[in-house]
Structures are given as C-alpha cells and as structure tokens.
Design a protein around this ligand. Sequence first.
Ligand code: ZN
Length: 323
Amino acid sequence: MDVTERRNPFGSLASHAQSFTAARLVQTAVAEVRSLTWPRRADRRLLEALSRDAERPRPPARRTVRLTTLRQRPRRVPGRVLFERLGGADEICLQSFVIHHPDATILLDPAVPADVHGQVMPELQPALRRIVWPPASTIPTRDALAESGIRPDLALCTHAHWDHVSGLLDLPGLPVVLHEDEIDWAATGELAPAGGVRRGLADRPLHGFALDGPPVLTFERSHDLFGDGSVVAVDLAGHTPGSVGLLLETEDGSVVLIGDVAWHSRQVEALRQRSGLPGCLVDEDRERTWHTLHRLHALPAQVTVVPAHDHARAARWAVPSVS
Ligand SMILES: [Zn+2]
C-alpha cells in the first residue's frame, strides 16, 4: 500500500471539550435563518465546468475490490431538520464499511465505540450533542466487526471527526491511515480532536498519504492507494481540511465513498446543503463544502455515491447477519 509511516503525535496531545466561539454561534444562527428563508441555489456555471471535468479519465483498474457494509441500526430524521429545502425523512446511521482488496482488508471509518455516550458525547458542544446523540440501539463498530467475522489489517478514515474515528477506541493496536492534511489538522485544530478523536488515533501505527496524483473525473487531486486503480483517494476538502473520498472499482461497478460531504444521497442528487444548524457547526469551510458537493453531483451516473450516514444506500453492500 502506497502510504508513509508517521510518528504518531496523538498520545501526547490532550483531548478537550469542543467549544465554539461566540462568532461561530452567531454565524450559525444567521445561516439557519437564511436556510429557512433563502436556501442556496445550485451554481450552474460551476456545474457546466464540472460536466466537462467528469469526462477526465480515472486510472485504469487492474484489480477490483469487494465492499461490505457493517451492520448498523438507523434513526429516522426529517429532511428539513438537517438539509435546506428537503422534505420527507431519511434513515441516518453511524456507518462503517470494509474494503476487501487482495493485498489488505481495510476498515473504513470506525464510527462508534461501545461506550459512545460516556467516552465521546461529553466532549461535544451541547448544541451539537443534542442533534447527533446516538440511540441506545447503536451497534459498536467492534461488535459489528465481530459478528461479520471480518478481521481488518488496518483502518482508514475519510476524515478525523468523532463518528469516523472513535470506534478505534475499542480496537487497540490496529494501524490507521489518514490523509496527511487531516493528520496535521487533527493534531493542531481546535474542533477536530473533540469526541475521542485524539485518544482513538493514539498509541497505534499511523500512516499518511498525500494527494499527489492527477485529477480524476471531477476531483482535482488523487492518490492511487495500491497503484492498481482499485482504491483511489480523491480530494473532498471542505467539511474538514483533509477530507477524502475513496473511489472504488468493485466487482459490481464504480463506487465513491464520500464521508460527510453529504449525509444523504438525496442531498447530492438535489444539490442541497446542510441547514445552517448544524451545517455551520460541522463544516470547517462551508463554501468549499458546497463546491465539493457540486463535484459529486456532476459525477457520471455510473459512479454510485455513498455518504457515510445514508443507511439505505449503504445497505446495498450489507452482509447478511449471522446472529
Ligand atoms: Zn464529519
């Protein structure tokens, strides 16, 4: 795997409670009013440019991977609570995936530890904690892995938010791979480390990669993780500075796992950003997140977009439960 071992800085870094500045809370309130009264419209000029980029080639895939979705229980959330101008309701969950490559079995986004309410929630800011509080029925990543019988060689996180990292708290010693920009942000940022992120990343082999490869489809930077075109990291910066997606060539076609650029595929299809609350609290750069959402919307139809919290979409790759 084309990654570089890094000195792990997280053991010596304290976790701390998430705390938003007054300016950010005011910005969130203003954005929420705007979401309710004047939702953002798609940028047609950007979409036009991206439709040409969508024809750019991707690395030819010499091998394929198999994708598995670990079992998780969703909760139903009205669309208008999370997204601008989206009616209906969606099943949202804390999803983890497994990518089976011939050379390595990768746990993608270890989402949740067994004691999420004791180990993670107390560090989140109360306004956000209320929105994301996991139901008691949530399945810890460790348990979902055990029941699947899958033994990963390493974990890879699309970004360093608690619900993509903190499952590592129950998986001691498992090596982890992150985009270099995200390692730097998680080690220095004020928001990234909250919710068990630094503790989850600490005391384990840490590997990084840079997006040093060419543009692929609508994405400006990439990194072919195995050099065979089957698992290509692509730049999805915005939600966090080093967010990446994973463009997979599976036995059943092309898939891009997008982390949290969108929480649901309806957002990508309709081009709707998150509402001001919670959008302004969870997106590091709301403007850039909006542009990245356009990149996903403009992808060729044969690439299936899989948000990390979209239960129904992720369930396409679910393994039958053995319990
Ligand atoms: Zn996130």
